[in-house]
Design a protein around this ligand. Sequence first.
Ligand SMILES: [Zn+2]
Ligand SMILES: [Zn+2]
Length: 287
Amino acid sequence: MDDSFFLFDCGEGTQYSLFKLQPKIVNKRLCLAVSHMHGDHVLGIPGLLLSLGLSSRTRELMVLGPRGIRGFVRDVLRYIGAMTPYAILFHEVRDGSEGEFCGVKVRVALGRHTATNYAYRLDGREKPGRFHPERAMALGVPRGPLWKRLQNGFPVTVDDKIVEPKEVVEPSTRGASIGYSGDTRPSRKLVDLFRNVDVLISEATYLDEDRGRALENLHSTASEAARLAAEAGARHLILTHFSSRYKDPLVLLEEARRIFPRVYLAREGRRFLLTPEDLLSRDEPFY
Ligand SMILES: [Zn+2]
Ligand SMILES: [Zn+2]
């Protein structure tokens, strides 16, 4: 979002994909948001921290996560005798936590999983529209405080003539909103957290035919993820975290699509671009 990068969870080997897809990440504003402490979500953290250090990162790194994330990261770095040349800031989240991290508004809700799991919602800031000084000049508005007033959305009067902000400033673009579930059963609380998000990234571990497993291991099925997206009024849904029992995760997509049409599969290296109008995939095929 803007110049901030958020990384949701960090499974083994994440650093390789991250550096390949975002080679400039090294000194960018970066926030790692961890949903829960299961291995497939945290075992890539040591490798990522070391790789960032070896790449000469100096900018501080923000880490959000459940209670224990701070101890885990500090202990693992101590045990392997590693020092990072950058500071690591921690914020241990709770159900209902809210705050601004890396310039983005973050809200957190407790999910329902076999470990304490937190789902995240990010809301980007509204971006003011571009100001056109040449138009202001042409309308006779002199450079100075009157420009500021127009930029702040107020009309100004010049020689008994009113100049409206829309004559010199383009409309603002609203900030994008993104939800991330971690591992969880669907719940009313998550519907509330993800209300009207542009993109919901949800786990979809199982098909409905294996719902018994989902209930036992506290995961979601693809159609449950789709129902969650529909109930929350999400614009788009990206499914991730598929059980390896399905050779081709397209079956999960098909099941979800019966309930929620704007659904896509996360795949290794696949990028999505969120524009004010819609969600675009930068990588074909887009289904
Ligand atoms: Zn888990
Ligand atoms: Zn998991």
